[in-house]
Design a protein around this ligand. Structure first.
Ligand SMILES: Nc1ncnc2c1ncn2[C@@H]1O[C@H](COP(=O)(O)OP(=O)(O)O)[C@@H](O)[C@H]1O
Ligand SMILES: [Mg+2]
Length: 310
């Protein structure tokens, strides 16, 4: 890290073509005189007094002296990494910022913030685990609802509750799980497809759709859903841009469905580390990777300039 050169740290997922994406980003940054320390896994970093140290080519580098850290690895984020992510972001810029990333990792906090910004989300209710009667009250009103772990992913743990009897059956299990709170959403009547809208730096990058498999109401790939080509209209793009702005993420993948009863687009969640198109998806025609890379490189360039001039 010389005095004039800019150096950033990067940690990007390797699977699904991520390694090739990382190489492209590194090259484009290099063209702008920005060096990258790649595969920078905070799991191997230690904090010592005023520094966060990381061994790289047998030398300790001070991560707190980097111009920026680009963290883009959803699968391997442990509590320790999140703890260092938070500390590091107190002294250097990060993409996404710790606060915005932590926000998007929590479904209740995300819906709360989005609703306060006037963005449509599923109606929800959060209550203390000892207030289970609140769930009884709300199922009477909603008819159908979804129980969601607030920190889940891939559709895992989502439970559809279709009647009061259903809820009575589920309650003993929920009570056993030693949860601190219950978070439920009104079940939205929709066509079992969604829009995934990718935004970088306030700009629309791409949209594709996901369709639930015949037997499931969840669109997640991990729940059997499949990706298909789909365009976004201006309304969808604007909702996604607004949602990212509300959450404060520089990069976001916004999941949107169309509520057939209320006749409006609803944001289900904002993903802070939306995947690039995989090689298979690129073959299908999803060709947004290069544009996304360019916008990310521009963003890193701008953010590191700002930092220098401070
Ligand atoms: N309130 C809801 N009403 C109807 N379907 C929902 C609702 N919430 C989620 N889903 C379905 O379940 C899937 C997963 O929900 P989501 O909140 O995105 O959690 P995850 O982080 O597990 O992907 C969504 O893609 C959607 O298909
Ligand atoms: Mg989702």
């Amino acid at each position: 890290m010389s005095k004039d050169n800019r150096t950033i740290g990067m940690w990007l997922y390797n699977n699904g073509g991520g390694d090739k994406i990382a190489k492209k980003i590194i090259k484009k940054l290099k063209d702008r005189d920005i060096d990258t320390i790649n595969d920078l896994n905070l799991r191997h970093a230690i904090a010592k007094n005023g520094h966060i140290l990381y061994e790289h080519h047998k030398k300790d580098i001070k991560l707190d002296k980097l111009d920026l850290f680009f963290s883009y690895n959803a699968g391997e984020q442990s509590k320790y990494q999140m703890y260092l992510y938070q500390a590091l972001n107190r002294v250097i810029p990060m993409i996404n910022s710790y606060d915005s990333f932590a926000l998007t990792e929590d479904k209740f906090h995300t819906s709360f913030v989005l609703r306060n910004e006037g963005i449509a989300t599923a109606d929800y209710k959060l209550c203390h685990r000892d207030d289970g009667f609140q769930l009884k009250k709300i199922i009477k009103k909603w008819d159908k609802m979804v129980y969601k772990p607030t920190d889940g992913w891939g559709g895992v743990g989502l439970t559809k509750i279709e009647s009061e009897a259903n809820l009575d059956m589920l309650m003993p299990f929920l009570n056993q799980m030693d949860l601190r709170y219950f978070y439920v959403e009104r079940f939205i009547k929709y066509d079992n497809t969604d829009f995934r809208v990718d935004i970088v730096d306030g700009e629309f990058v791409a949209c594709y759709g996901r369709k639930a498999s015949g037997t499931d109401w969840r669109t997640n790939i991990t729940s059997g859903g499949s990706v298909f080509m789909r365009e976004a209209n201006d309304e969808i793009k604007n909702v996604a841009i607004k949602a990212c702005k509300a959450c404060g993420v520089d990069i976001g993948g916004v999941d949107i469905i169309y509520d057939l009863e209320k006749e409006e687009y609803v944001v289900l969640e904002v993903n802070g580390i939306p995947a690039f198109a995989t090689p298979e998806q690129e073959k299908m025609g999803l060709d947004f990777n290069d544009r996304k890379i360019d916008l990310i490189v521009d963003l890193i360039d701008r953010k590191t300039k700002k930092h220098k001039n401070k």
